[in-house]
Write a new protein. Sequence first.
Length: 250
Amino acid sequence: MEQPKTIIVTGGASGIGYAFCEHLGQLGHQIVIADLRGAEEAAARLRGSGTKAIGLKADVVDEEEMAAVVRAGEEEFGGVDGLINNAGLFTTLELKPFEQISSHEWMRVMEVNTLGPFICAKAALPALRRSSRGRVVNIASTVPMKGTANMAHYVASKGALIALTRSLARELARDSITVNAIAPGFTLSDGVLQTELQNRIGNNGRTAGRCIQRDQVPADLVGAIGFLVSDGAAFMTGQTMAVDGGGVFL
Ligand SMILES: NC(=O)c1ccc[n+]([C@@H]2O[C@H](COP(=O)([O-])OP(=O)(O)OC[C@H]3O[C@@H](n4cnc5c(N)ncnc54)[C@H](O)[C@@H]3O)[C@@H](O)[C@H]2O)c1
């Protein structure tokens, strides 16, 4: 059986991120949750079901807070082997034509969805190098492949994250760190349900064009994350894996 890894999950207190934490915990990995809210409570829930986990309040765009998250993981579990860049601005976005998106809204989405993963990867890098089987998984989306309307800032941010994935894969392979992305389709996460985005986005964004004609839920994504952090995925890097019921073919 493979040695467990210590894995930082940003935005891991709820939604897709929490589903990742639960699954990775069940596989025996140690979890470090970094989230703006609910991180410690979520980690306590994981510990209640037998997973070794800690949670810290942290903003992915704050270099000092993310450095503290990495330090906490190293102190608690003796190292950090993985980073899942899952935190992102999506479910709270107002859907609107691009000409109505202000420069401020554009920059805020770019900040959280692109600067955040960049800062987190930089913070984790020394620890990932020491691991010698480091894993970075960026949670992108299928929207850049589809060119989804009424969320141009979000679409551009996830396209940039896929590009960053490729660039980091080239730079970090020599350190035995793989960098991949998962592109989920529209998923009924906590945030989606709370903001009723499933009603705002309409069926066109929800299930249209999928081979598998049903709504996607966070549990549909966990197999991919378990694989990408595993030792068995050591020869796969720079890739974007679409997990969307067969909506796009990469
Ligand atoms: N739900 C979907 O349909 C869908 C589809 C494709 C991709 N995604 C991506 O998956 C990821 C998770 O989406 P979700 O639907 O579970 O979202 P969500 O809104 O349900 O959860 C996001 C989590 O991230 C945290 N977070 C937000 N900003 C943060 C910050 N600056 N620092 C730290 N934590 C922060 C939130 O507190 C929350 O716990 C996002 O990157 C999203 O873009 C979602």
